[in-house]
Design a protein around this ligand. Structure first.
Ligand code: DQA
Length: 148
């Protein structure tokens, strides 16, 4: 499952000097192409609501094999999202378009990364593509053991 957090629906319009001109539709399209190559199926979900993201993570439990997630601003604030990720069995790969460690200090902490198998950030839309490759490899080789 590919999960996009708040304001990512505005990519392309939103702060292009920070996030570039790529739209969420383009990112999802690129992910679909890569998924075909890797022979996996993807389900996509974007929400601006913390509770809706949490509900979708709960639904993924037992239904989808892994979670590729850009928690966006909730990365830095949401204990509830972190707990939802910790509660489900699937491996999680966290991605960000920007290098959160090179930005404002309040973005330097990710509450969600410690319950993810790993974090990829700073490569624009390619963060998602590297993230999907990492997640699929993890599912195929280690499954849940990838989650530490
Ligand atoms: C982001 C980084 C977050 O700090 C920010 O709140 C976002 C996008 C990224 O992909 O670079 O909304 O997750």
């Amino acid at each position: 499952m590919v999960l996009h957090g708040p304001n990512l629906n505005l990519l392309g319009v939103r702060e292009p000097q920070v996030y570039g001109g790529v739209t969420l539709e383009t990112i999802d399209h690129e992910l679909r192409k890569l998924a075909d190559e890797l022979q996996v199926e993807l389900a996509f979900f974007q929400s601006n609501y913390e509770g809706a993201l949490i509900d979708r993570i709960h639904q993924a439990h037992g239904a989808e094999q892994g979670i590729l997630l850009n928690p966006a601003a909730y990365t830095h604030t949401s204990v509830a999202l972190r707990d939802a990720l910790a509660a489900v069995a699937q491996p999680v790969v966290e991605v960000h378009l920007t290098n959160i460690y090179a930005r404002e200090p309040f973005r330097h902490q990710s509450l969600t990364a410690p319950v993810a198998a790993g974090l990829i950030c700073g490569f624009g839309a390619d963060s998602y593509l590297w993230g999907l490759r990492a997640l699929v490899k993890l599912i195929k080789t280690e499954g849940k053991e990838g989650k530490s």
